[in-house]
Design a protein around this ligand. Structure first.
Ligand code: BES
Ligand code: MN
Ligand code: ZN
Length: 499
C-alpha cells in the first residue's frame, strides 16, 4: 500500500474520508462535501444517530454531484481528546473496513480540530502510521479467496503541511517497517523459524548498515555460556547468539559513554523440555521468541531512519525440546558469569538463556544501560493480562523513562518490585541458585534471577508474555496474532537518550 501526502484540491476518485466532530459539527472538508452534494451530509446526520462520536462512522455511497464513489464520515470525538493514538486508531479502522471493499484509492481529509493536542503535520503522519500498521498481512501460508484480496492500493492524506508531514512520516515509516519485521518473526511457525533461520533473517539488516555477528555453538561453548546451551541441547536445531550493532553517530561522541544495549529472549519454540508443557499451554509457544523479534525490529527501525545513536541488540536463540540429550531436572549448569544454577524445571528456560546473554552484553559492551525483553512468565499474564507489560528495574530513572515512553507509544508498562526477600526465594542448597522460586510471585523471582547477571549495570526487564501476541480481541492497528510489541517504545527510548 502506497502512502502519500498532498493538499486536497477538489475531490479525487475512490473513497473519501472526512471528519465530523462530537456533537455533529462538520469539519471544513465535510462541509465542502455537504455543499457539493446539495446537503447529503447534513441530511445523513439528521436522519441517523451518528453525531461524530469517537469510533463511530457513517458511509455515504456514490453521493451525487462529486467524484468520489463513497464518502465516509468519521467521528473525531472531542477535539481535545484527538491525540496521535486516536488518529492512528481512526485511520487503522478506516483502512480495515475499506481494504477489500473494491476501492483502490482512499483519500483521508481530516482537518486538524482546533484544540487538538497535536500539530497538523503530526496528525497527517500518524494517520499514515495507523493506515500502514493496519495494512499488515501474514497470509502467505494459505490460499486467499478472491474476495479477501485487498483492493486498496493508495492512501492519500490531505494536509496543508505536506512537506513537514512527509519528514515526520519518514521516521515513522521506519518504525512501521521494524514492527512488521517483529510481527513476521513472531507469526512464523517454529518449523520454519528455528534459531539459524532467525539468525539468517537478521543478516538482512546488513543491507541497512547494521553489523551482524552470529555466534554458533562452539563459539558459545568457548565463552562458557552453558546455561543458554543447556536449554538448546535437546533440540535438533543448534542454538545461536546474534549480536547486532547500529552506530549512527557519524563521528560524534565516539569516545564517550558506551552503547545502549537491548537483549531479547529468542526461544523459537518452548515445549517446556523434559518438564513438558500440557498440550493447551504449548500452543502459541512458537511466539516465545517475541523479545528477540522486538530487538530485531528495533534494529531495523533505527537503521532505516538512520538514528544518530549507538545501539547493540543481542538475541539468544534456542529451541527448548525434550530428547535423549535434553537437560534434566536437577542438572547444574555453570553460567558464563561463573555462577551456577540448579535446574528444577526445564520449562523455566528463558531466564537461563538471558543469564548468559545479559552477562555477555555487559562484559563486552559496557553499555550505558541494558533493557531485556522476554515472554518470561505465565504469572505476568495472570497479574497484568494483555493491557500492560511488566517492568522490573534496578534503576528508577531508567524505569521512569520506560514507563513514559510506553505510555506515549500506546504500549503501557507497569513496574513491579524487586528486593532481597524475593531474591532469597531462588536460593539453592547445592548451587548458587535454582531456576525457579516457590509458587508465589513467579514473575518477580524470574526477574531476581536475571538481576544476578547484570553486574550492577542500569538495567530493566520487560516481561512481555501478555502483550507479544493477541489471542482475544484484535486492536485496529494490529491485524495479526503477533503484535510487534516493544519496537515503538524502545525506538522512543533510544531517541530520548541519545538523539
Ligand atoms: N515461555 C514461558 C512463559 C509464557 C507463558 C509465555 C505463557 C507466554 C504465555 C516460560 O518459558 C515458562 O514456561 N515459564 C514458566 C515458569 C515456571 C516453570 C516457573 C511459567 O510461567 O509457567
Ligand atoms: Mn518455558
Ligand atoms: Zn519460554
Amino acid at each position: 500500500m502506497e502512502i502519500s501526502f498532498d493538499r486536497l484540491r477538489g475531490f479525487g476518485e475512490g473513497a473519501l474520508a472526512v471528519g465530523v466532530l462530537d456533537g455533529g459539527k462538520l469539519t471544513d472538508p465535510a462541509a465542502s462535501v455537504d455543499d457539493a452534494t446539495g446537503g447529503v451530509v447534513s441530511r445523513a446526520l439528521a436522519a441517523g444517530r451518528f453525531r461524530g462520536q469517537t469510533g463511530h462512522s457513517l458511509e455515504l455511497l456514490v453521493p451525487a454531484g462529486i467524484k468520489p464513489t463513497r464518502v465516509v464520515l468519521l467521528g473525531l470525538g472531542k477535539a481535545e481528546d484527538f491525540t496521535t493514538a486516536a488518529a492512528e486508531r481512526l485511520a487503522a479502522s478506516l483502512v480495515g473496513r475499506l481494504s477489500v471493499g473494491g476501492e483502490e484509492t482512499l483519500t483521508i481529509a481530516i482537518e486538524r480540530p482546533k484544540k487538538a493536542p497535536l500539530s497538523e503535520a503530526e496528525l497527517a503522519a500518524h494517520i499514515a502510521l495507523g493506515a500502514k500498521l493496519r495494512s499488515y498481512r501474514f497470509d502467505h501460508y494459505r490460499s486467499v479467496r478472491e474476495e479477501e484480496r485487498p483492493t486498496l492500493k493508495r492512501v492519500v492524506i490531505s494536509t496543508s503541511e505536506a512537506a513537514e508531514a512527509r519528514k515526520l512520516w519518514a521516521g515513522l515509516a521506519a518504525v512501521g517497517a521494524g514492527i512488521f519485521l517483529a510481527r513476521d518473526l513472531v507469526n512464523e511457525p517454529a518449523n520454519i523459524l528455528y534459531p539459524d533461520e532467525f539468525a539468517r533473517r537478521t543478516r538482512e539488516l546488513e543491507k541497512l548498515g547494521v553489523t551482524v555477528e552470529i555466534l554458533d555453538v562452539p563459539a558459545m561453548k568457548k565463552l562458557g555460556m552453558n546455561a543458554l546451551l543447556g536449554v538448546g541441547q535437546g533440540s535438533a536445531h543448534p542454538s545461536r547468539l546474534v549480536v547486532m550493532q547500529w552506530d549512527g553517530r557519524r563521528g560524534r561522541n565516539r569516545n564517550g559513554a558506551g552503547p545502549l544495549a537491548f537483549i531479547g529472549k529468542g526461544v523459537c519454540f518452548d515445549s517446556g523440555g523434559l518438564s513438558l508443557k500440557p498440550a493447551n499451554s504449548m500452543t502459541g509457544m512458537k511466539g516465545d521468541m517475541a523479545g528477540a523479534a522486538a530487538v530485531a525490529g528495533l534494529m531495523h527501525a533505527l537503521a532505516a531512519r538512520k538514528a544518530r545513536s549507538h545501539v547493540v541488540g543481542l538475541v539468544g536463540l534456542v529451541e527448548n525440546m525434550p530428547d535423549g540429550n535434553a537437560q534434566r531436572p536437577n542438572d547444574i549448569v555453570k553460567t558464563m558469569s561463573g555462577q551456577t544454577i540448579e535446574i528444577l524445571n526445564t520449562d523455566a528456560e528463558g531466564r537461563l538463556v538471558l543469564a548468559d546473554v545479559l552477562w555477555y552484553a555487559q562484559s563486552r559492551f559496557k553499555p550505558r544501560f541494558m533493557v531485556d525483553l522476554a515472554t518470561l512468565t505465565g504469572a505476568i499474564v495472570v497479574a497484568l493480562g494483555a493491557e500492560h507489560a511488566g517492568l522490573f528495574s534496578n534503576d528508577d530513572e531508567l524505569a521512569k523513562n520506560i514507563v513514559r515512553a510506553g505510555a506515549r507509544e500506546g504500549e503501557p508498562v507497569w513496574r513491579l518490585p524487586l528486593g532481597d526477600a524475593y531474591d532469597q526465594l531462588v536460593k539453592s542448597k547445592i548451587a548458587d541458585m535454582k531456576n525457579i522460586g516457590g509458587p508465589h510471585a513467579g514473575s518477580i523471582t524470574a526477574a531476581q534471577i536475571l538481576q544476578r547477571f547484570v553486574n550492577k549495570v542500569p538495567w530493566a526487564h520487560l516481561d512481555i508474555a501478555g502483550v507479544a501476541w493477541q489471542d482475544g480481541e484484535q486492536k485496529p492497528q494490529i491485524p495479526s496474532w503477533g503484535t510487534g510489541w516493544g519496537v515503538r517504545t524502545l525506538n522512543r527510548l533510544v531517541a530520548e537518550y541519545s538523539e
